[in-house]
Design a protein around this ligand. Structure first.
Ligand SMILES: NC(=O)c1ccc[n+]([C@@H]2O[C@H](COP(=O)([O-])OP(=O)(O)OC[C@H]3O[C@@H](n4cnc5c(N)ncnc54)[C@H](O)[C@@H]3O)[C@@H](O)[C@H]2O)c1
Length: 248
């Protein structure tokens, strides 16, 4: 059955992958600040591109009202956007500006969308919300690993706090919407290969029991499964997709 699915950060490395494979059978409402990676689907009638600055409440509210005006049932929501998922060379700079921006994009935007879109889904008593976590939703970063490729780099605490917070957010909305038959779950990928530096890949392989980084394709089955109406009884869960990285 064709579904209407909202994806945040749809232009990003993983967001554009989710958009591309879900677009084959569904209508996608893609939210982002840029759409460079989605240009090739521009003529696809099943793709709606909506400019939304997820860090700004005004932009978010405008987007929600555009979605409501479409008067369509929303079947799925993937809260995928985040800031700075990829290590850079800079030193750790703790400042309120970055903290607020990161928390706004990953948590505030997600809670507002969970609530507002959940309320649309409620009417049909059906829907699936997937929040995107990370292996850092269950473990702390291994800072030594990054240092092999990015001198002075320290994974910021905000990333860990946000991803752990996403677990709480997922449980909160799963509980809030359980009686409306809306499922709210989370997937937590380990590092996904994206032409990362050779040294980093080598070090990561040593601590991943399956001895490889994840591939974008490794995330597809969990997304499909959680979006599928056949999943009627799994809610509030965090599915970790990491080749065993977090079990040792
Ligand atoms: N790439 C990985 O290896 C990996 C591993 C584990 C978890 N994750 C998680 O997967 C998700 C996607 O990661 P990615 O690697 O594709 O990141 P990415 O940086 O490629 O994509 C993030 C997207 O979010 C958008 N975005 C950021 N701020 C925004 C704002 N204010 N308004 C609108 N859009 C905004 C960006 O434009 C971008 O398109 C993130 O939640 C990340 O934490 C990624």
């Amino acid at each position: 059955m064709k579904k209407n699915i909202i994806i945040t950060g749809a232009n990003g490395f993983l967001g554009s992958f989710y958009t591309e494979f879900l677009l084959k059978k569904n209508r996608i409402i893609a939210l982002d600040k840029k759409f460079t990676n989605l240009k090739k689907f521009k003529t696809n009638k099943n793709l709606d591109l909506i400019y939304c600055d997820l860090s700004k409440e005004k932009s978010l509210n405008k987007t929600i009202s555009i979605i409501k005006k479409k008067k369509i049932q929303i079947d799925g929501l993937i809260n995928n956007a985040a800031i700075d998922a990829i290590p850079n060379k800079g030193k750790l700079k703790l400042n309120q500006k970055n903290w607020i921006a990161e928390v706004n994009v990953s948590l505030f935007a997600s809670i507002l969308l969970c609530y507002e879109i959940g309320n649309i889904m409620k009417k049909k008593k059906e829907g699936s919300i997937i929040n995107i976590g990370s292996d850092l939703s269950v473990i702390a970063p291994n800072q030594k690993i990054y240092k092999t490729s990015f001198k002075n780099y320290i994974k910021p605490p905000s990333y860990s706090i946000i991803k752990h917070g996403t677990v709480g957010m997922t449980k909160y909305f799963a509980s809030l919407f359980a009686s409306d038959l809306i499922k709210v779950n989370m997937i937590s990928p380990g590092p996904i290969f994206n032409n990362n530096p050779k040294n980093l890949v080598k070090e990561l392989k040593k601590i991943i029991p399956m001895q490889r980084l994840g591939l974008k394709e490794d995330l597809k089955s969990a997304i499909n499964f959680l979006m599928d109406n056949e999943n009627n009884y799994i809610t509030g869960q965090n599915i970790v997709i990491d080749g065993g990285r977090t079990i040792i």
